[in-house]
Design a protein around this ligand. Structure first.
Ligand code: ZN
Length: 218
């Protein structure tokens, strides 16, 4: 072996290391792109976990179950209306456009959980497994185990779509047509979530809307 051979061996080693780094970089990039394919939910890059019910759940508003999904005349069936969480007392644990819901144009949503024992704040025992209803009619898009939305459902109509994140289970199948009021799943803590709650989104023509304008908490 002469010096020429040694230097050539070293040169090959550098090429091998370079190729190795390229492969690693491609795998990382592929992983990132794979995450995007995984979910149709907006906001793959959202890092912070949804606050859920760790600690004292902030009560921003509450409502009774009642007939909140019965829309007044003039509200068509494929517009969102009412509260998607079925329970006697529903508490909003994170408001629109704040915390993990900011900025609103990308992350706008409200978090809803159940006050099961009537003490005025949300609690996990009441929230786990509470039925979740579609607030509008449309075609269901089901995505399991996405990040950060966990088990996620879109209900998609002509102009509106509504999003339901962190579900425990699904009660509908991908592609199914549902009416407003149809139970589509149950409240859970799947995905980036620190406790059982529903993250509820409203979009109109791909523009994020404040769900509070659609009477989830009358
Ligand atoms: Zn949320």
């Amino acid at each position: 072996m002469n010096i020429y051979d040694l230097s050539r061996g070293s040169h090959h080693k550098h090429i091998a290391i370079g190729l190795g780094l390229l492969v690693i970089a491609m795998l990382i990039l592929k992983g990132g792109a794979g995450g995007t394919v995984f979910s149709s939910w907006r906001g793959e890059s959202q890092a912070a976990a949804e606050p859920g019910l760790v600690g004292e759940a902030a009560q921003v508003g509450q409502t009774g179950q009642g007939d909140t999904l019965i829309a007044p005349p003039g509200i068509s069936s494929d517009e969102p209306w009412g509260n998607p969480v079925v329970a006697p007392l529903v508490v909003m644990t994170q408001g629109y456009g704040v915390g993990s819901h900011a900025p609103a144009e990308s992350w706008g949503a409200i978090d809803l959980a159940v006050d099961g024992d009537g003490d005025g704040s949300a609690d996990p025992a009441g929230s786990w497994g509470a039925p979740v209803r579609a607030t509008m009619s449309g075609i269901v898009r089901v995505s399991a185990d996405t990040w950060p939305a966990g088990n996620h459902i879109w209900v998609i109509g002509e102009g509106y779509k509504t999003g339901y994140a962190h579900l425990q289970s699904f009660a509908v199948q991908d592609g199914q047509y549902v009416e407003r009021g149809t139970v589509i799943g149950t409240v859970g803590s799947s995905g980036s979530s620190s406790g059982p709650h529903l993250d509820y989104q409203v979009w109109h023509n791909e523009v994020n809307q404040n769900p509070l304008n659609y009477h989830p908490l009358p």
